[in-house]
Design a protein around this ligand. Structure first.
Ligand code: PGA
Length: 250
């Protein structure tokens, strides 16, 4: 009942021209996929040109970040209302934002609420570091990130949420979690969501992210609590991303 959802997080890659080129290569490869939802998340500068290429296709558009405030003196930032009606998804709380840019759970929660208010579906990213994993703290970290991240979400909005479980040690390393471990963690994330949001947890899609590739996608996506993938490196190559999307839906 949860439609698999694959999102490509391009991070800080691709010029405006390269973004257009990648989407032009992708669209023919994705057009027959009917049973999975697919989104691409280019950098801010390419959102409008990619949007125009996506018109008439089923592929959705996502942003990699938003600010939580409506407007004002926040040099270099983009307000949620500026993207309302333009993008379907907002990746929020990615570990790179948390670690490199110091984003707190509370700030990320305000962004989640702002995205929902402006009609975007948040993809709330959570995940433990290698040190936390090795110290046996993974569940404590995930529980805290879920509880803080979804605070004050209304019962009406809750089913729209997407959560991406991304162990930080798996991101960009070529070392994905095993499918069984990813399933265990995603099931735990769903239990945390249930504790906070009740039965909406059955509807919320939980993605796995971290070195998802054309080679490992089918096994990871076959697991019952993994409803899709947040794909970084492999989303930059049309053939690889299309193969992952095909593993999610026919
Ligand atoms: P990766 O990145 O697929 O390159 O590991 C995933 C992510 O950071 O969302």
């Amino acid at each position: 009942m949860r439609i698999p959802f694959i999102a490509g997080n391009w991070k800080m890659n691709k010029s405006i021209d390269e973004a257009r080129q990648l989407v032009s290569e992708l669209l023919p490869l994705l057009k027959d996929i009917k049973t999975a939802e697919i989104a691409v998340c280019p950098p801010f500068v390419s959102l409008t040109s990619v949007k125009s290429l996506l018109l008439g296709s089923a592929v959705k558009l996502g942003t990699q970040n938003i600010h939580d405030q409506e407007k004002g003196a926040f040099t270099g930032e983009v307000a949620p209302g500026m993207l309302a009606g333009w993008v379907d998804y907002a990746i929020l709380g990615h570990s790179e934002r948390r670690q490199i840019f110091g984003e707190s759970d509370a700030f990320i929660n305000r962004k989640v609420l702002a995205a929902l208010k402006h009609g975007m579906t948040p993809i709330l990213c959570i995940g433990e570091t290698l040190e936390e994993n090795e110290a046996g703290q993974t569940e404590t970290v995930l529980e805290r990130q879920v509880r803080a991240g979804v605070a004050d979400i209304s019962a009406t909005d809750a089913p729209r949420l997407v959560v991406a479980y991304e162990p930080i040690w798996a991101i960009g390393t070529g070392r994905a979690a095993t499918a069984d471990d990813a399933q265990t963690r995603c099931a735990f994330v769903r239990a945390c969501l249930r504790a906070q949001l009740g039965d909406a947890a059955d509807t919320i899609r939980v993605q796995y992210g971290g070195s998802v590739s054309a080679a490992n996608a089918a096994e990871i996506l076959s697991k019952p609590d993994i409803d899709g993938a947040l794909v970084g490196g492999a989303s930059l190559k049309a053939a690889d991303f299309a193969a992952i999307c095909r593993a999610a839906g026919a």
